[in-house]
Design a protein around this ligand. Structure first.
Ligand SMILES: [Zn+2]
Length: 453
């Protein structure tokens, strides 16, 4: 390094340091306009320092810093985001390293999808809308991108007048894609879905039920569904939705009317590069009808799952972190990250008495109810105050006898417990005296059985 280089480094160093302070936090939320303005400043500075415009661009700096930060987190198992980052890295690997011996299998298809979006129908002449009662129809757009080996990515969007966003709707929207794969891509055997995990849309038992049955019925052999953490920023599928809405708005400005889903579909299917499919309201309802006849089950720890998969009909496997380490051999249910399995048929026949005492999942409507918390292998009655993911906040009583409990005072004993620490729900304890209460016998026996006492 000669003198000039050293001087340059001295001058550009502090600037770079100021510019990149916490860059991983703020840069991603800058608008394109902000970024351009900032880049212009960097360019001016570069001219002062180097007499050329050769300083690393903000974009490069940002990528570099993000990478550095991610690498650091991955190397540090004590970091709060460690697990998440390992998960993300594995997901990224899935499309690269894991398939390295062979290119992404001809048998594999990757389908990241976005949350369904709504498009409010518009008329070129807004006055007209008054004649239609003034209320605008909504169109549901379900967007995704289909990645296949040796082919350009295919952005797709299904358009529907149905305003539902739940699993019956999700799968009605996926139907044309699966049909397309079965008809035009006969070598595709494996479906890999990627989405974030809103519980109402994707991360729930109805979705799990469909994904472990329907694709198999259609002849696919492997289904994996990988969940990104919510609020992970916008991916390609969100871009597809945004682009379509923009195109639709442009068409409206040019004088076209888009009063409903059908016209949205008809107008955009030829003008857009995105492959469009139409899903009728009836198709969504038909699926809902069908799903209602299936006994539903709940799996504990649903919120923590990041991968669910099915390699044989009606058998669902899941784990907290996605893994594709043996994907190249065509094995997707490697035992990594304590892979767990549930047979949906068996789940439907769980012990009814047990279910009477302890619902499969603690849900919002249980707030305010009495429960028994298992803590240090001892039972404590309390009242459910709040829920978050699979943690339950409970105000607990203290113990002053075998089956004798009292409210501590002056300080309440309020704590968060994990879902599986909730042993059972029960109506209300019986009063023993002014201060103490007792858990009713049948519940107490159940608890003792559970605790092996
Ligand atoms: Zn693995």
């Amino acid at each position: 390094m000669d003198f000039k280089d050293t001087l340059q480094l001295l001058q550009s160093g502090p600037i770079e340091s100021i510019l990149t302070g916490c860059i991983t936090a703020w840069y991603s939320s800058c608008t394109a306009l902000n970024r351009k303005a900032l880049q212009r400043e960097v360019k001016t500075a570069a001219q002062h320092i180097t007499r050329t415009s050769e300083l690393p661009s903000m974009e490069d700096l940002y990528t570099q810093r993000c990478r550095r930060k991610a690498t650091k987190i991955i190397k540090d198992p004590s970091h709060p985001s460690y697990k998440l980052f390992c998960h993300c890295c594995r997901l990224a690997d899935s499309s690269a390293a894991a398939f390295e011996p062979e290119p992404p299998g001809l048998r594999d298809s990757f389908i990241p999808q976005a949350i369904s979006e709504n498009y409010a129908c518009k008329y070129s002449n807004e006055i007209q809308s008054v004649h239609f009662g003034g209320s605008h129809q909504q169109v549901t757009l379900h967007t995704g991108v289909l990645y296949l080996a040796n082919q350009a990515p295919m952005p797709f969007c299904t358009v529907s007048p149905s305003r539902r966003h739940d699993p019956p709707a999700v799968w009605a929207h996926l139907d044309p894609i699966l049909q397309f794969l079965a008809k035009d891509c006969t070598n595709v055997q494996n479906l890999h879905f990627f989405s974030d995990g809103p519980a109402t849309q994707y991360k729930n038992c109805s979705n799990f039920h469909i994904l472990s049955t329907e694709p198999h019925q259609r002849g696919f052999s492997v289904v994996t569904w990988n969940f990104f953490e919510a609020s992970h920023g916008k991916g390609a599928p969100d871009g597809v939705g945004a682009a379509l809405k923009r195109t639709a708005d442009t068409l409206v400005r040019q004088g076209k009317d888009i009063p409903d889903a059908q016209s949205f579909f008809q107008l955009l299917k030829d003008t857009s590069k995105v492959k469009l499919f139409y899903v009728s309201e009836e198709e969504v309802e038909k699926r809902d009808e069908h799903l209602r006849q299936v006994p539903l089950f709940t799996i504990k720890g649903t919120m923590k799952m990041h991968e669910v998969l099915s390699v044989s009909p009606s058998i669902l496997k899941y784990r907290d972190i996605s893994c594709f380490c043996r994907a190249a051999e065509g094995v997707f249910d490697c035992p990594c990250h304590s892979l767990q399995e549930v047979g949906l048929v068996a789940m439907e026949a769980t012990d009814q008495t047990e279910r009477d005492f302890r619902p499969n999942a603690i849900e919002e409507h249980h707030i305010g109810q009495w429960c028994v918390v298992r803590y240090d292998d001892e039972p404590y009655p309390g009242i459910i105050l709040q829920l978050e993911e699979n943690n339950v906040k409970v105000k607990c009583m203290h113990r002053n006898g075998v089956n004798k409990f009292f409210w501590p005072s002056p300080r309440d004993d309020v704590n968060w417990y994990s879902d599986d620490q909730i042993m059972c729900l029960f109506p209300e304890p019986l009063a023993l005296n002014k201060r103490s209460v007792q858990i009713e016998q049948q519940f107490w026996e159940f608890i003792m059985r559970k605790l092996d006492k």
